[in-house]
Design a protein around this ligand. Structure first.
Ligand code: A2P
Length: 319
């Protein structure tokens, strides 16, 4: 199917989906499981997990921005078989091995206290993945998702990426893919973490920034008051780094990708609405005049109604 797009609207890649259904999963083998937080004493536990899918229909068929399913063995506390859980891929299409046989994901351990019983709650799948050892077999499905992917013509656009926490995953794969393709445009990644120790793939991204003149990597640390700008969310960078970001955001080439905690998209839309001249804002957000007169009171429920992102904004947010 071919899509018609207005000039500068992206024509996204057409990607394969559901080659393996959760009811008939394939078998992937863990080939690497490393910590990927920046500091040894990070507040959260996040791991970079590589899975060999060779010989399954997933081989060579996964793209950054898509996810794969993992179906834990065994039954839940009600005695039912575990459901599939989706994990966003952090690899380029060529995989970690360059041949599309090994794909990686970025997993945060879900650790919580039940608010009523104050018992420890451990997420089944995230802890299964984080505990896994090289050689362990996993039941996998997918790939899933077709909206949060790069455009067919990588070189036709510039990219502004916003991530919080493990929302960095697709951007790692996309950046690797862009630079492997010799991308010479502009890419800005704004990454939000509670503490500097919790930044993910920080060394990789810092090296990329050194080597790629068109790439800017900006961090927003939310719980350390001592940083250069104090406590920040990703959207606050739009204000503090206005002069640096404005030329790219107002360019007709630019696309915006947002991945991470639900709620971040609202903050980003508000800051864009405050920052951008009306004709640039229209490239990303169509808003009623009434809404534009009260940007400070925008709420999440208005998104897709009074405040409508255009096809130049890709979003993948989760609770
Ligand atoms: P905080 O939790 O300090 O309020 P992680 O997933 O590793 O916890 O990181 C998520 C990051 O996103 C944290 O820095 C968190 O800040 C921040 N965050 C939480 N809510 C929002 C929001 N609505 N908009 C932007 N960033 C947010």
């Amino acid at each position: 199917m071919s899509m018609t797009a207005a000039p500068h609207e992206p024509v996204l890649r057409e990607v394969p989906m559901h080659l393996l259904r959760p009811a008939e999963p394939g078998v992937g083998v863990v080939v690497r499981n490393d910590r990927c937080t920046a500091g040894p004493k990070a507040a959260g536990f996040v791991r970079h997990l590589e899975i060999d899918v060779s010989g399954t229909p997933l081989e060579r068929q996964c793209f950054p921005g898509q996810s794969i399913g993992v179906i834990p063995e065994g039954v839940d506390d009600k005695g039912r078989p575990h459901k599939v859980r989706l994990y966003s891929l952090c690899s380029p299409a060529s995989g970690e091995d360059g041949q599309g046989k090994v794909y990686a994901t970025t997993v945060k351990r879900t650790i919580d206290e039940h608010w009523e019983t104050h018992r420890l709650f451990l997420g089944v799948a995230s802890n299964l993945l984080c505990d896994s050892q090289v050689g362990d077999r996993l039941r996998v499905s997918g790939p899933n998702g077709k909206r949060f992917v790069l455009p067919q013509d990588l070189h036709a656009h510039d990219y502004t990426f916003f991530a919080t926490g493990t929302g960095i995953a697709p951007f790692r794969g996309m950046l690797m893919e862009l630079f492997a393709a010799g991308f010479k445009g502009r890419v800005t990644l704004i990454m939000g973490s509670p503490y500097a120790t919790d930044l993910l793939y920080h060394d990789t991204l810092t090296t990329m920034q050194r080597e790629q003149p068109g790439f800017a990597y900006l961090t927003a640390i939310s719980r350390e008051p001592g940083g250069p700008h104090g406590r920040q969310y990703v959207q606050d960078r739009l204000r503090t780094d206005r002069d640096r970001l404005l030329p790219q955001l107002t360019s007709e080439r630019n696309l915006i990708y947002i991945c991470g905690l639900a709620g971040m998209e609202l903050g980003i839309f508000k800051e864009l609405a405050l920052l951008l001249p009306p004709d640039s804002l229209e490239q990303y957000i169509k808003a009623d005049a009434e809404a534009l007169a009260h940007i400070d009171s925008w709420e999440r429920r208005m998104i897709h109604k009074e405040v409508r992102p255009t096809r130049r904004v890709m979003m993948e947010v989760y609770a």
